[in-house]
Design a protein around this ligand. Sequence first.
Ligand SMILES: NC(=O)c1ccc[n+]([C@@H]2O[C@H](COP(=O)([O-])OP(=O)(O)OC[C@H]3O[C@@H](n4cnc5c(N)ncnc54)[C@H](O)[C@@H]3O)[C@@H](O)[C@H]2O)c1
Ligand SMILES: [Zn+2]
Length: 367
Amino acid sequence: MPVRKITVNVEPRPYDAIIENGLLRTVGAHISETMGRNARVFVVSVPPVRKHWKATLGKSLKAAGLQHDWLEMADGERQKHLGAIEKLATKLVERRADRGSLIVAFGGGVVGDVAGMLASIYMRGIDVVQVPTTFLAQVDASIGGKTGVNLAVGKNLLGTFHQPRAVLIDPEVLKTLPEREYRSGLYEALKCGVIANPEIFDYMEQHRERILQRDPKSLEWLIAECVQVKADVVAADERESGLRRILNFGHTIGHALEADTSYKVFLHGEAVAWGMVAACMIASGMKKSSAETSRRIISLVLQYGQLPKVQLRGRSIVRRLLSDKKTHNGVVHFVLPTEIGKVEVVRDVREQAVVQAVDELRKLSKR
Ligand SMILES: NC(=O)c1ccc[n+]([C@@H]2O[C@H](COP(=O)([O-])OP(=O)(O)OC[C@H]3O[C@@H](n4cnc5c(N)ncnc54)[C@H](O)[C@@H]3O)[C@@H](O)[C@H]2O)c1
Ligand SMILES: [Zn+2]
């Protein structure tokens, strides 16, 4: 099987994302090739990942002659706060990490964000390699250099841009991912299909069973195609001025659903799934897309499993959208599909259209 290597073209230094089944066993070799043998490695991870994969990673670092330490943070989104970074940074100092040390972020998006931010500010910035272990982190969070933590008053409000030196993706580690986490990540892949690459969309339509069974070959292909989409968008718009917005397809309403239920009902991808359904309804209502395009997208979303029910009313989502801290001057942007593989960023969606779409989600949930 050919190795998939995708270059993320950012300034000042492009880096590669490598996608390959079994890659965890050669992570050490890749690191010493990219960074030289002298870097001291500090792996940041969480207990569930340690349990399944520490031995494999450790062996591979050792085989490459890399001296390494294991640093752990507690698991879960609630751990994504400044306190976690302070604790890890203190451990780094105690273990004499210096400016030449390397952090390996080994976990899902939470670890990627925390370890990435830690690397960006420890001694004013040290290198980080991302080794993502959830589907969501493999196709999305590990690429693009965004890092961040939450504040009690809102998510991802503190953060930095800090591009990794490399992103090393082994689809095989997904074997141990809980089913719901896995499926939730798949909606981000579906998103990549809708916003930029119809081949991904067709593939997900045609190979649903294989993908749900986590067939390694299918995953290697799917993840690589999604990484390509994200890499292209990031390279064109490193600091998120315009184009990166298309990655927010499904996220406008998705974020509102998550926030309105205090992040307790939906996993991120599940909320995005509903958000994509709503965006399709809005798009066909505004005649941005054909009814057939919307139907195809909605149907594929619903084929990837049962989503938690939407119980709130459209009105409260609209209130939520307008009060979102990231909303500028009351203008809410929607990313709407025009055809499969193309989207448009729209600012003039009528409130009533949003209310109606969310009320439709509620009805769909009841089926
Ligand atoms: N920086 C970005 O560009 C970006 C983009 C999207 C999302 N994010 C962030 O990513 C976070 C969500 O990431 P996530 O969905 O990966 O959640 P997560 O990191 O919390 O991981 C989900 C769960 O799976 C466990 N896990 C991870 N890998 C495993 C494996 N291989 N086997 C068994 N269990 C495993 C984790 O320990 C955790 O319990 C959010 O905080 C979000 O803000 C960041
Ligand atoms: Zn997302």
